[in-house]
Design a protein around this ligand. Structure first.
Ligand code: TYM
Length: 334
């Protein structure tokens, strides 16, 4: 029986990239009736420094975003990672399966560590082993993510295969990344060659799920573009990363194909296209923002939902972890 797992780091407020590339697709998968487990990965977040009060706030806000976007805690399991200790326990085992060389090739590590890799946390280096543990603790086989997580999922697969080979078992399944739709890689509004990110220092580079209508309209109005009008055909977007990004965002928000959007706006100036995009973004996002604000007024209720999700997650992960301890030769005598 297929089981979906995916996670989002509460290392900042969620962006339009997280929404279109991940969250909105999490809701679709839930609504298709597949078993879905979604996690706010607070332990991943602290691989880089997080102020404790802000981490708590961002975790609740992330949970509110899931709920506001349509995650139903009766149909999906929604929880925060640190409440289910199987993640950390299995991650340790995977730290002993994964190879230093594999980790060193992760482009996200190289980007985040930059030239100063002596001074980043050991957790940042081991990050993908914890991510593999997140997925494998549930024997999940399908993982909806944006394009940027593809390499981490290949590593998850490598870890699972090596574990099975080393211990001569057929225990962990092979994962399949689900990277689908027009918005698997939403780019920065300031630079069409960089991805939109919660950690970009410029707030103008992204649309946050907490932005109000004025902020959204202002950011889209000021988004970097080139001086040309929109092309007559999709090939005309090829060397125009900023134009292509805005068209992709439009398509994803409207639920149209990119071809359709190019056809509808063929030859239009950005002076016409940007206000249309801003109106669409506000129409799609403001109900979510309003619902998030409503939910955030009752943090106790959010914490109760996370507690309930954690219990249900633990009930699945704990027996799997016990089998891992057995396979690896750990005595479990109490
Ligand atoms: P994170 O928190 O960076 O992002 C959460 C999800 O949003 C997607 N995403 C984007 N999609 C399109 N355009 C963008 N600009 C964009 N930015 C982010 C990401 O691909 C991701 O799907 N390591 C993961 C969290 C994680 C996880 C897991 C995911 C931890 N354990 C297990 C899946 C399964 C991360 O940092 O995502």
């Amino acid at each position: 029986k297929p089981r979906i797992f995916s996670g989002i780091q509460p290392s900042g407020g969620l962006t339009l990239g997280n929404y279109l590339g991940a969250l909105r697709r999490f809701v679709e998968k839930q609504d298709e009736g597949i078993e879905t487990i979604y996690c706010l990965v607070d332990m991943h977040a602290i691989t880089v420094w997080q102020d404790p009060a802000r981490l708590r706030q961002q975790t609740r806000e992330g949970a509110a975003a899931f709920l506001a976007a349509g995650i139903d805690p009766a149909r999906s399991i929604l929880f925060n990672q640190s409440q289910v200790s199987a993640h950390a326990e299995l991650a340790w085992i995977f730290n002993c399966v994964a190879r230093m060389g594999w980790m060193g090739r992760m482009t996200q590590f190289k980007d985040k560590a930059g030239k100063n890799s002596e001074n980043v946390s050991l957790g940042l280096f081991a990050y993908p082993a914890l991510m593999a543990a997140d997925i494998m603790a549930y024997h999940a086989t399908m993982v909806p993510v944006g394009e940027d997580q593809k390499q981490h999922l290949e590593l998850t697969r490598d870890i699972a295969i090596k574990f099975n080979n080393d211990y001569k078992v057929d225990f962990f399944p092979v994962v399949e990344p689900l990277i689908e739709g027009a918005a698997t890689r939403v780019m920065s509004l300031r630079d069409g060659t960089r991805k939109m990110s919660k950690s970009d220092p410029s707030d103008q580079s992204r649309i946050n799920l907490t932005d109000d209508a004025d902020a959204i309209a202002q950011k889209i109005r000021k988004a970097k573009t080139d001086p040309e009008p929109l092309p007559e055909s999709i090939e005309g977007l090829r060397d125009r990363p900023e134009a292509r990004n805005l068209v992709n965002i439009y398509a994803a928000l409207a639920g149209h194909t990119v071809e359709q959007v190019v056809r509808d706006f063929a030859g239009a100036q950005f002076g016409t296209f940007k206000p249309a995009l801003a109106d669409l973004a506000v129409a799609k996002l403001s109900p979510i923002t309003e619902e998030m604000n409503r939910l955030m007024a009752d943090p106790g209720e959010i914490d109760r939902i996370l507690a309930d999700g954690s219990e249900r997650a633990d009930a699945i992960a704990r027996p799997i972890l016990e089998q891992v301890y057995d396979i690896t030769g750990m005595i479990r005598s109490r």
